[in-house]
Design a protein around this ligand. Sequence first.
Ligand SMILES: Cc1ncc(COP(=O)(O)O)c(C=O)c1O
Length: 368
Amino acid sequence: MSVPRPKPRPGVLDIAPYVPGKSSAPGVAKVFKLSSNETPLGPSPKAIAAYQAAGAHLEDYPDGAASELREAIGRAFGLDPERIVCGAGSDDLLHLLAQAYLSDGDEAIHTVHGFLIYPIATLGTGARPIAVPETDYTANVDAILAAVTNKTKIVFLANPNNPTGTALSFDEVRRLHRGLPPHVLLVLDAAYAEYVRRNDYEAGIELVATSENVVMCRTFSKIHGLAALRLGWMFAPTHIVDAVNRIRGPFNINGPAIAAGIAAMEDVEHQERSREHNTRWLAWLTEEIGKLGLKVTPSVANFVLIHFPETKGRTAKDADAFLTARGLILRYVAAYKLPNALRLSVGTEEANRLVVAALKDFLAKTPA
Ligand SMILES: Cc1ncc(COP(=O)(O)O)c(C=O)c1O
């Protein structure tokens, strides 16, 4: 007879635990981690200095409201700091939004190759994640709208999406918003917004500013290179800010992260350098990998999705093993329902050139 014991709420044990990108390759001296969309340029030196200075005061609680950081973000984007909430990474904010707006039996929509935290955060609340089809690895507004029921409470949209790298135009996002009932919360997750060089794109600021049911989430983990510090922010209508502030940890972001975040936000030149590096090498990788005969989904972010054939010896899994043996760590994305693809983050020039050379050798090893 089994002994009674505490049981997690329904949904929790249905969660497939999130598996982060690998960071080591056994037996390889020099490893290039290209599996987590981190920036190859690292953070701003000013952010590192601010972090180190804050390290001298670890005995102090941080400012729980992160006021100076919210003001710095407000100045950078022309936003009212009262409408900003900071989180321990944007993951924290995605979980808080799910917790605040979903209950047992509700539904939250995400696209089939959408960011994995959406179903995880949804299931954690007892609600049901609804995955809708994409078209050419891109969110399909009609499919999302067709999935809306009277149980729908949230639509999560990563724009650009991870791991596909595709984005919806602002017109399409507006059309999605227009089609949603006003009680449905549209979460625009713009973790990669800074990299997008398309003039039909808008991260969501305008839509948040002019509606009552849209939130935009951003992160310091990507272009700002502060992934280790766990720092994100969201811009939202005041009633949503109020709800999230009631349930977030009162000190959910730490002092050194606040200090580094302010310095990073203010170092516009560093951001520009990172963007330029990405623009150049994203195009180069897309072209060079395409020339090898592999399909690459056109990306607007800081990574590319590479599709492999199902031929024995040439699969994504085979490529992953081959590249890992050379110290090149990509992301195997079967958990995103993409078992025949690998996601490659844009790296340093050295890493990018090594990946293309290794892929060439990989394909030469097993002729089609
Ligand atoms: C689409 C998307 N949203 C959010 C995040 C979470 O970022 P963080 O929690 O580091 O801010 C990521 C990280 O990979 C992402 O790809």
